[in-house]
Design a protein around this ligand. Structure first.
Ligand code: FES
Ligand code: FES
Length: 155
């Protein structure tokens, strides 16, 4: 394919590989950004969730050929100048993670949720379709509410 450019975590990248390659492979194997995880590989579990142009997407199901000029952000970009994102901070305070495998995807999905719903209801949170085999859903709920409150507070 023709060379194309995209940005990943604010850095311009040039890509000239297979347009059908899933974004998740590129992030993990080429850029060594291993926060997004491979779970089902079929768009179902959410372990691979990243943002494209600010919206949560499943990186296993997005082809590189669709990303010319787009902005990709991974969990590695959330911390800024040594400060955790409010969602990460709330995750720590609520001790959400168990094995941790799903957690980067959960956090990226929640950052997008709070962008569109700054005061989410339990139903909004439960509508997230990221799976957790360790059963952290109740702690996810508490952490989302805590993060929402942090983000609403003036800095
Ligand atoms: S690995 Fe992408 S949704 Fe499961
Ligand atoms: S913390 Fe283990 S799968 Fe979610």
């Amino acid at each position: 394919m023709a060379t194309m450019r995209l940005t990943v975590n604010g850095k311009t990248q040039t890509y000239a590989g297979d347009p059908d390659q899933p974004l998740l492979w590129y992030l993990r194997d080429t850029l060594r950004l291993t926060g997004a995880k491979y779970g089902c590989g079929a768009g179902l579990c959410g372990a691979c969730t990243v943002h494209v142009d600010g919206k949560a997407v499943r990186a296993c199901s997005v082809s590189m050929g669709t990303l010319a000029g787009r902005r990709v952000a991974t969990i590695e970009s959330l911390e800024q100048d040594g400060r955790l994102h409010a969602v990460q901070q709330a995750w720590i305070e609520e001790d959400v993670a168990q094995c941790g495998y799903c957690q980067a995807g959960q956090i990226m999905a929640v950052v997008d949720l709070l962008r569109v719903k700054p005061n989410p209801s339990d139903a909004d949170i439960d509508a997230l379709t990221n799976l957790c085999r360790c059963g952290t859903q109740m702690r996810v709920r508490r952490a989302v509410k805590k993060a929402a409150a942090m983000l609403r507070r003036p800095a």
